[in-house]
Ligand binder design. Structure first.
Ligand code: 5AD
Ligand code: SF4
Length: 469
């Protein structure tokens, strides 16, 4: 009998990937997706610890779920409640202490043991099981073959953890030390995905360009070399990677951007601040000038490279002149999109112990000034796309009947009128209008006498790839 599985995923793409793998692990135990948590036999909250009050939000969600669990028990069903991800890693035992309705707690490095934990809970009635180790063995060696949908774009996790220890960040504590999967494992997973119709891969890692996997030649390969190898896979059209650190952009990666057209001209490269004093206090290990130089080299290699970034305002000790330096950097570099946050202390991180906190109203004002500037840049970039013909990978249905939404090389969402059979295909689109967060345009069709139906021009559609695989 199928058992209902409901996974709620918070945070980054890494968690999206992990949630999919948890579903793969549980499928042999008879667990299949359900849409409503009330109907589930197992609910997993795959949590994120980056955002403010992350733990408190999880505890309040657990309070809500307790009612579903009680209702299930009243109906004679045992519902299991699990907390996974970075809040699980950070809070561990505290979760079952404060929320005794929780049956399982496991971290990002131990979810491969999920079937065993679920069996212990269901067959032996164990409760409050906590597994937040950082095991010596990589979980990747224990994950089953992934269940693949028919998506044209997929994530592939190649690296985890971080050794950078920025003073505001919990990742080195929740995800652990840097680990890179061997090249052969990454290539094998990529080939499988492409054989099933995926034509865009986004390589994931908390600090993905610190990748240093073991190559088939026994040497350590960096991300640039890995990207070139993946680009050789026939049928794979687009490569992306996220998230990167400026310090780990090396000459090989820059050269890969120059030489390999499958690497999309879009890069998420967090800078956090434009002030050297604050960058130092953040332990970012780079200056503003270093960031400018890295961007210059990347743009020299790939002149149409669009950049995205992360910013923190109101870091302890941030003065007006530091914030002005951030605005200057944004103006000088020009970002296509960006994420900006007000600093908030994370327990256990060095910055949370600095006493010189910026008053919240000052931080809020700075955030809104920065966001206005970033929004203006995003709109200007989108407007610059009007009149251009861009290749777009159509990924999902639009809001209205007859619409599909895809992504441009620069990660902008592009809305088009198109029949659903074009879903999953790479098509050329004439961009006609720009909005704050998206573009819209028309799929380029051949002349009617050539083809009665709209076919993508000039590119190999993904379905051809599927047919030959
Ligand atoms: N306060 C505010 N923003 C943070 N980030 C990480 N930790 C904090 C914090 N303590 C932001 C950084 C990072 C992004 C994922 O989240 O900008 O790059
Ligand atoms: Fe966190 Fe990124 Fe710094 Fe690593 S490089 S500590 S993940 S902000």
């Amino acid at each position: 009998m199928t058992k209902g599985l409901y996974i709620k995923t918070y945070g980054c793409q890494m968690n999206v990937y992990d949630s999919a793998r948890m579903a793969d692990l549980l499928a042999p135990l008879g667990y299949g997706d359900v849409v409503r948590p009330e109907a589930a036999d197992l609910i997993i909250l795959n949590t994120c610890h980056i955002r403010e009050k992350a733990s408190e939000k999880v505890f309040s969600e657990l309070g809500r779920l307790r009612h579903f669990k009680e209702q299930a028990a009243a109906d004679g069903r045992r519902m299991l409640l699990a907390v996974a991800g970075c809040v699980a890693q950070a809070e561990g035992e505290e979760i079952v202490r404060r929320a005794p309705q929780v049956d399982l707690v496991f971290g990002p490095q131990t979810y491969h043991r999920l079937p065993e934990m679920v069996a212990r809970a269901t067959e032996h009635g164990e409760r409050g099981l906590v597994d937040t180790d950082f095991p010596v063995d990589s979980k990747f060696d224990f994950l089953p073959e992934e269940h693949l949908g028919d998506e044209a774009a997929a994530f592939l996790s190649i690296q985890e953890g971080c050794d950078k220890f920025c003073t505001f960040c919990v990742v080195p504590y929740t995800r652990g030390a840097e680990f890179s999967r061997p090249v052969a494992a990454v290539v094998a997973e990529a080939e499988k995905l492409v054989a099933r119709g995926v034509c865009e891969l986004t390589l994931l890692g908390q600090n993905v360009n610190a990748y240093h996997g073991e190559g088939p030649d026994g040497r350590t390969w960096g991300l640039g070399r890995l990207l070139r190898r993946l680009a050789e896979i026939e049928g794979l059209e687009r490569l992306r990677y996220t998230t990167s650190h400026p310090r780990d952009v090396d000459a090989e990666l820059i050269a890969a951007h120059r030489d390999e057209p499958k690497i999309m001209p879009f890069l998420h490269l967090p800078v956090q601040s434009g002030s050297d004093r604050i960058l130092e206090a953040m332990n970012r290990k780079h200056t503003a000038d270093f960031y400018y130089r890295v961007v210059d080299q990347l743009r020299e290699a790939r002149p149409d490279l669009a950049l995205s970034s992360d910013f923190i305002v109101g870091f302890p000790g941030e003065r007006d002149e530091d914030f002005a330096a951030t605005l200057r950097l944004v103006t000088d570099i020009g970002f296509t999109q960006a994420y900006s946050f007000k600093y908030s202390p994370r327990p256990g991180t060095p910055a949370s112990e600095i006493s010189d906190q910026v008053p919240p109203e000052v931080a809020s004002e700075r955030l809104s000034i920065l966001q206005n500037l970033l929004n203006e840049q995003q709109i200007a970039f989108n407007q610059g796309c009007v009149g251009r013909r861009l290749p777009v990978l159509l990924e999902r249905p639009g809001k209205y009947e007859g619409q599909l939404i895809g992504r441009s090389p620069y990660m902008a969402s592009v809305v088009v009128e198109a029949p659903s059979r074009l879903m999953g295909k790479l098509v050329d689109v004439d961009i006609q209008s720009a909005h704050a967060n998206s573009l819209s345009g028309t799929v380029v069709t051949r002349a009617p006498e050539e083809s009665p139906s709209p076919e993508p021009a000039g590119r190999t559609p993904a379905t051809e790839t599927r047919a030959t695989a």
